[in-house]
Design a protein around this ligand. Structure first.
Ligand code: SAH
Length: 394
């Protein structure tokens, strides 16, 4: 039987509402010798069972896997992965010749805290954010092949930078299964090179799929600026939507190389696109007034922690203010925040302040969020992280 962690009186309240985290401050007592990543039973002050999950040193000490007193074994994970796969089929995200990219496991959103899995064609890229998931990696990789009905043939593990540094797991990125390196994937009829070995996150920002498709609808005849372009996802959709020109900007030379590659793959020889390795703020500063009538601002998470919140909100305000100042009248602004620590309301307020500073007439046309394959566990509202606005700027 698993070792136990006993909570202080009343500190089981959030668990009774199925919130999947136990914070260190809630713990009254823990059995001796619990190791990081070990499965533990969480008990209330009367020593009754409340939940079972992975133990970890840090502010979140337990990530809950079940609120039932069960054994967490291969069958348990198989069932959850299978459920995640079925949910993706229910979302209409099945594989076709022209679309084979989606997120299979979105951590708490799929009741598997600490685990991320993205499918790119025949490759699954798996990322552990907890030591517990790291310890299960070989088994999870085998299960991904099993539950995918033959679609997944290789599993790449990418957790060197996502596991807690202090846990000293010695995790190394690499293939757990296969490794023939076919790094191409389709999204809505566009083809992308996915650099899961060296790229950011699992190699691609799948979470912007629906928002990129929306941008395509607005691109016809417009001069598009895609700021923080990374792999050039938005740029490719703008090209297909009939943009007059598309400029992509990223401070990383590697990102620009990926963007140029993806544009060339989908639109060979098309001269409408140009990419720039440059800091976004500098580019916005030097660009001409009215040079663009569709601007995308999709910066990295400005606030990775709550402490950085104030600074982050200033950053969003400054960035958006520049775009409002420079965009052509009648222009469209797609603006995003992927910081979990920034709420929808706070983000909207930052954009509102930026709009007010510019004095321009601004209307909200769409409110964007993360797509269905990044589901939010209703008991874990923190899982909602991506927010965006489509604005019409007169
Ligand atoms: N829009 C992209 C994802 C953006 S990720 C997509 O749909 O795939 C954020 C990107 O911002 C990264 O590629 C990073 O290199 C870039 N970046 C970070 N700081 C930057 C800065 N100051 N100026 C320009 N780009 C920056």
């Amino acid at each position: 039987m698993y070792k136990s962690i006993t909570l202080k009186r009343g500190k089981d309240a959030s668990l009774l509402r199925f919130h999947p985290w136990v914070f260190s401050g809630a713990v009254a007592h823990q059995d001796k010798g619990i190791e990081e990543g070990e499965l533990v039973r969480v008990l209330n002050a009367d020593r009754q069972f409340v939940a079972v999950g992975h133990y970890q040193i840090g502010s979140i000490v337990v990530r809950v896997l079940s609120f039932e007193d069960i054994v967490i074994d291969r069958t348990f994970f198989r069932t959850l992965l299978q459920n995640a796969y079925r949910a993706r089929l229910a979302m209409g995200l099945d594989y076709t010749d022209r679309h084979n990219t989606f997120r299979l496991v979105h951590g708490e959103g799929d009741f598997l805290p600490g685990l991320i899995v993205d499918f790119y064609g025949s490759t699954a890229v798996m990322q552990a954010h907890s030591v517990g998931m790291h310890l299960h990696r070989e088994m999870l990789a085998e299960l991904l092949v099993e539950i995918s009905e033959g679609k997944i043939r290789q599993v790449f593990y990418k957790s060197e930078t996502t596991l807690p540094y202090k846990a000293d797991t010695g995790a190394q990125d690499g293939y757990l299964i296969g490794g023939d390196d076919d790094a191409l994937a389709w999204e809505n009829g566009l083809q992308f090179t996915i650099d899961w070995q060296r790229g950011q996150k699992t190699g691609f920002f799948i979470d912007q799929r629906a928002n990129r498709a929306l941008l395509e609808q607005y691109s016809h005849g417009r001069r598009v600026l895609n700021m923080f372009c990374y792999t050039g996802g938005f740029s490719c959709y703008a090209m297909r939507g009939g943009a007059g020109l598309v400029h992509s900007v990223d401070s990383s030379a590697k990102a620009i190389e990926l963007t140029n590659g993806n544009i060339e793959r989908n639109f060979p020889g098309d001269t409408r696109h140009t990419a720039y390795v440059e800091d976004a703020f500098k580019f916005l500063e030097r660009m001409e007034q009215g040079a663009y009538d569709l601007i995308v601002l999709d910066p990295p998470a400005f606030a990775k922690h709550r402490e950085a919140l104030k600074h982050a909100l200033q950053g969003y305000k400054r960035l958006n203010a520049k775009a409002f100042e420079k965009i052509q009248p009648g222009g469209i602004l797609f603006t995003f925040s992927c910081s979990q620590a920034v709420s929808k309301e706070q983000f909207r307020l930052a954009v509102f302040s930026a709009a007010a500073m510019s004095g321009r007439k601004v209307r909200i046309l769409h409110q964007m969020t993360q797509p269905a394959d990044h589901p939010v566990n209703i008991y874990h509202p923190e899982g909602e992280y991506l927010k965006g606005l489509v604005l019409y700027v007169e």
